[in-house]
Design a protein around this ligand. Structure first.
Ligand SMILES: Cc1cc2nc3c(=O)[nH]c(=O)nc-3n(C[C@H](O)[C@H](O)[C@H](O)COP(=O)(O)OP(=O)(O)OC[C@H]3O[C@@H](n4cnc5c(N)ncnc54)[C@H](O)[C@@H]3O)c2cc1C
Ligand code: SF4
Length: 469
């Protein structure tokens, strides 16, 4: 275990954010990494608990060996710590940036939890900087070919493990760059895209083939021994309003994709918020990413509408530790909006009633209305609460309702009532040589869950391929 009194001697210290004024001027990383000395001291706070909740089902879905690598990090044995981390975590540079750190919410130290996410990021970046991360090419090949459809975190994690197990893997991706929502969805300031590209280059050196700009076609997959569908849960929930086809009305992922393409090309975004009043429908994490992006693009104002009431500031008795705390969080984008506009951009219990358009079918404003719950638990508008808001860009970040119809039709598959390709027996096997993983199987979730599910699917495919000679 780290220092016997580490958690008493040292306060929790996360990697600090760059201040708002600086970070709003670019799309660079939100954080400044702390030094190695600080990380060693932070690792000393881990108490190697008898029941390490951080590692349990309440905590890390990858079941990372957190107390073990924290202890090694505290002792300055960074390379051993990294090797221990890599036993379960395929891409710590992704989770080290974007994971909501379920392990920290489940940590026995509760609100002063060990900084596991920053510690893992330190370990992997130290590994890259010191040349410890080298391509790991399998010593022998099994002769089996696996196609992975979709290059998001689930597809990448599955491809990585299948390749290590000796299978020949081709990742087929319809976008022009690999990474799924890691590339086009999560903004650059939250996950710099050079990190995604660095990992893809490494995977190519390890023998994985990437076919980009390619829509999966079942007829072209006949030569493969197994096909893993990792197409995500990308069908967005829409609004029940007229003029959804107006110019300036966009789904969040389309807007964020255009923003990242602009950052990577150095050109202006084809859907920029510059000089516009922006309204984001949806108060969640995707909406927050839209807020941060719109502010960086130079919007006139940004407002976030949320149907639900504001969550409580503290845990309620029905939501005890070590469960994920369902409490009010103010994320980076909202903090930036408060800095720029002087108030929280979120308006709760409110929705869009009408989209106003001009003579060129461009969105020009919104009528919003407040909502209240009926005794039956339904939402109803509050009479007289209508309000007009100016709007030049309306972004819909109201969640996702499952995987895309196109993929289902092409493969002659049917999703369940929640739009998922979840096999009834809880496995990853759909039919014949088809498997599913990630958000496509489980519904929209988290990067770390997609990674864990991709690895589980890879193990299942491997054991089937080894049985069938
Ligand atoms: C805006 C946004 C921000 C998010 N931020 C976070 C965060 O900070 N932290 C976090 O943990 N989670 C976050 N999430 C959730 C997380 O990104 C997803 O849960 C995760 O990416 C799911 O991974 P996946 O591999 O299942 O699917 P995806 O990442 O959706 O990847 C699916 C891939 O399949 C490809 N594809 C689909 N159909 C085909 C086809 N027919 N042929 C070829 N390719 C195809 C797509 O182009 C895509 O590249 C965020 C989600 C969104 C939308
Ligand atoms: S619960 Fe917290 S203190 Fe205990 S082993 Fe896990 S990270 Fe360390």
């Amino acid at each position: 275990m780290g220092s016997a009194t580490g958690f008493l001697d040292t306060a929790r210290k996360e990697n600090p954010f760059r201040d708002e004024a600086a970070r709003l001027g670019d799309f660079e990383d939100l954080h400044i990494p702390n030094s190695g000395e600080i990380r060693f001291a932070q690792a000393s706070r881990c108490m190697n608990c008898g029941v390490p909740f951080c590692q349990s089902d309440f905590g890390c879905p990858l079941h990372n060996l957190i107390p073990e690598w924290n202890d090694l990090l505290y002792r300055g044995q960074e390379r051993e710590a990294l090797n221990r981390l890599l036993r379960t975590a395929p891409f710590p540079e992704f989770t080290g940036h974007v994971c909501p750190a379920l392990c920290e919410k489940a940590c026995n130290l509760e609100s002063s939890a060990v900084t596991n996410r920053d510690n893992e990021l330190y370990l992997i970046e130290t590994g890259f900087a010191r040349g410890w991360i080298q391509p790991r090419i399998p010593a022998a090949r099994t002769g089996k070919r696996v196609a992975v459809i979709g290059s998001g975190p689930s597809g990448l994690a599955a491809a990585d493990l299948l390749n290590r197990l000796g299978h020949s893997v081709t990742v087929i991706e319809r976008a022009d760059r690999p990474g799924g929502l890691l590339m086009y969805g999560i903004p650059n300031m939250k996950l710099p895209k050079n990190l995604v590209e660095r990992r893809i280059r490494l995977m190519e050196q390890e023998g994985i083939a990437f076919e980009l700009n390619t829509e999966a076609n079942p007829e072209e997959l006949e030569g493969y021994d197994a096909v893993l569908l990792c197409g995500g849960a990308r069908r967005p929930r829409s609004l029940n309003a007229e003029h959804m086809d107006a110019r300036g009305v966009l789904f969040a992922v389309d807007y964020l994709t255009a923003a990242t393409k602009a950052v990577l090309s150095g050109q202006a975004s084809e859907a920029s918020a510059e000089g516009k009043h922006v309204i984001v429908v949806g108060g969640g994490d995707t909406g927050n990413d839209c807020v941060g992006t719109a502010l960086r693009q130079g919007c006139l104002s940004v407002t976030q509408l949320e149907m639900m009431p504001a969550p409580p500031e503290d845990r309620t008795p029905s939501n005890p530790w070590p469960e994920w705390p369902r409490v009010l969080r103010t994320d980076y984008g909202q903090t930036e909006a408060i800095f720029r506009q002087g108030e929280d951009p979120r308006i709760y219990e409110t929705t869009v009633r009408q989209i106003r358009t001009d003579e060129e079918n461009q969105v020009a404003g919104l009528e919003t209305v407040r909502l209240r719950r009926t005794p039956e638990g339904k939402f109803e508008p509050v009479p007289g609460s209508e309000r007009e808001l100016p709007c030049g860009l309306l972004l819909i970040a109201a969640g996702f309702v499952g995987c895309e119809e196109k993929m289902l039709n092409r493969f002659a598959l049917q999703s369940d009532a929640r739009g998922r390709l979840m096999p009834a027996d809880g496995s990853h096997h759909l039919t014949g040589k088809l498997f599913s993983a990630g958000d496509m199987r489980n519904g929209q979730s988290l990067v770390v869950r997609a990674l864990a599910d991709g690895r589980d699917a890879a193990r299942e495919i491997d054991s089937r391929l080894r049985r069938v000679q």
